[in-house]
Design a protein around this ligand. Structure first.
Ligand code: F6R
Length: 261
């Protein structure tokens, strides 16, 4: 797979770029069904697929569809390997707000899968944990399909690659951007318990996937989606790097597509 773009004096210069496919669904639940069906097709074509999966508000409906497909006998995830994009740090994996707990609730404890990897949010040495997770991911690359969300407001993050993340970043500790922290703290029963940082796949890790789908729903994503698809490619808007990958689809509801002409 050819990634396009060159680096010069620390500045990413766009040599040429691809045009992601954009699918606009009428409602958020149509987005969930569409992405779940794309995932199901991938797994039916290759039952031992390796996937990168997101957490957060956006994909919960997609997971519900997937679980329903499995429980009704239409889909089998038992040979699938799952990598999560990220985890908070520091956090106990049994904490309700952790992404490990999220994944168990929405997928892992619901249906059989072959293997599931997520960074250890309570690792004492976050750099060592990042290296361990990266080695596991590298041993399974290229991921067949990566599903991503996109950051709220003007963060334009993918994974927790916040502004300033360059194209060559790999798994690492990242402090949370204040805007992301304010938004995500609402998902914690006690918002003050949100950790200061995350362990996240980097841009270079994400771009190694054979295919990438970005899901965005709601008006809080409209600016970021437009910036990613139409603005200059570079670290100021990390999701814009997706335009250097040949097989990317944005699946949006009408609100998230609201700024696209
Ligand atoms: C989460 C992740 C993040 C989220 C993004 C959107 O695993 O990687 O990039 O996808 O922050 O979050 P929601 O879906 O809660 O709006």
């Amino acid at each position: 797979m050819e990634l396009r773009g060159i680096q010069q004096a620390g500045v990413e210069i766009l040599a040429n770029h691809y045009k992601p496919e954009v699918i606009i669904c009428k409602t958020p639940s149509e987005v969930d069904a569409y992405v779940a069906n794309r995932l199901a097709q991938q797994i039916q074509t290759r039952p031992d697929s390796v996937l990168t999966l997101p957490t957060g508000n956006t994909p919960t409906g997609m997971y519900e569809h997937l679980v329903t497909l499995v429980k009704s006998g239409q889909l089998d995830l038992s040979r699938v390997t799952i990598f999560n994009l990220d985890e908070y740090h520091p956090i106990d994996p049994s904490h309700k707000g952790s992404y490990a707990a999220y994944m168990r609730r929405h997928l892992i404890d619901q249906v059989p899968t072959s293997a599931w990897y997520i960074p250890n949010g309570q690792a004492e040495d976050p750099q060592g944990e990042a290296a361990r997770f990266k080695a596991l991911l590298d041993a399974h690359q290229p991921v067949d399909l990566a599903i991503l969300g996109i950051g709220p407001g003007d963060t334009c993050h993918i994974g927790f690659n916040e502004k300033g993340s360059s194209i060559d970043t790999t798994v690492r500790y990242m402090p949370l951007d204040p805007q992301t922290k304010a938004t995500n703290s609402q998902l914690f029963e006690d918002p003050s318990e949100i950790p200061e940082g995350t362990l996240t796949q980097g841009i270079a890790d994400i771009l190694q996937a054979k295919e990438i789908i970005v899901i965005a729903k709601g008006s809080s994503k409209a600016w970021g989606v437009n910036r990613a698809l139409k603005g200059p490619v570079g670290a100021e808007a990390p999701a814009s790097f997706l335009r250097l990958h040949p097989h990317v689809t944005f699946v949006l509801d009408e609100e998230a597509a609201g700024y696209l002409q």
